[in-house]
Design a protein around this ligand. Sequence first.
Ligand code: NAP
Length: 247
Amino acid sequence: MKALQDKVAIVTGASRGIGKAIALALASEGASVAINYASSSAAAEAVAADIQGMGGQAIALQADVSKPDQVDGFIAAVMEKWGRVDVLVNNAGITRDTLLLRMGLEEWQAVIDLNLTGVFLCTKAISKIMLKQKSGRIINIASVAGQMGNPGQANYSAAKAGVIGFTKTVAKELSTRSITVNAVAPGFIETDMTEGLKADDILKFIPLGRYGKPEEIAGMVKFLAADPAAAYITGQTFNVDGGMVMA
Ligand code: NAP
């Protein structure tokens, strides 16, 4: 039997990049997957079709997860279809990079609203369901920027550091009902988000000497979702970064 057979997973921001790889990886283990996206409906439908083509179950659902009413509607649609949620992956994220002195409140707020408040909204809504079920896995996609900082990313690194702290607190609050909450901190992964940022001098800071692939983040998420393999792990942040951060 597959590790996630009969489980239901939600992946936010799963139309492209890391979220798409996570959705496909969870489906390959038997999970039914809700593929959330903001605007790329054709790409999200294609991910759902890929999963259905593998014999799995998937639905693509549009929602801006920084907006409380849209989060509620999205989760209601998942509950209506499958009646439970076993795995939540808070993956949706954006960047609005610029140096601090040039950063406007709009650029600050947009990144905090999605990358931190979006994680809060989805986790709060889903934790009510998981508390009733007395089980669940919540996996938050953070970043090495939240651990080491990165010039031009004051907004993004603040949000991602916030996600790491949030992960620890929620892990403690939900622990009595066997719900685990962990974070994965990717390094430099080849996706649309990092397109145009590649430069030889970045590779000097990556001990493994190459950029990461979305599938390499998905592998860690799949492990953290699996039962019983990861059942005794909570409140942790796992770096998948080619060695960029060594604590
Ligand atoms: P990406 O390729 O830019 O994809 C972003 C995804 O988020 C898309 O599916 C997008 O949907 C969705 N999204 C954007 N705004 C949204 C909103 N308001 N509500 C719901 N979904 C929304 O990004 P990525 O590189 O895969 O990054 C995924 C996660 O990994 C992010 O949290 C990012 O911060 C984190 N991360 C990435 C790297 C990296 O090197 N790439 C490193 C560290 C951490 P649409 O297609 O509809 O726009």
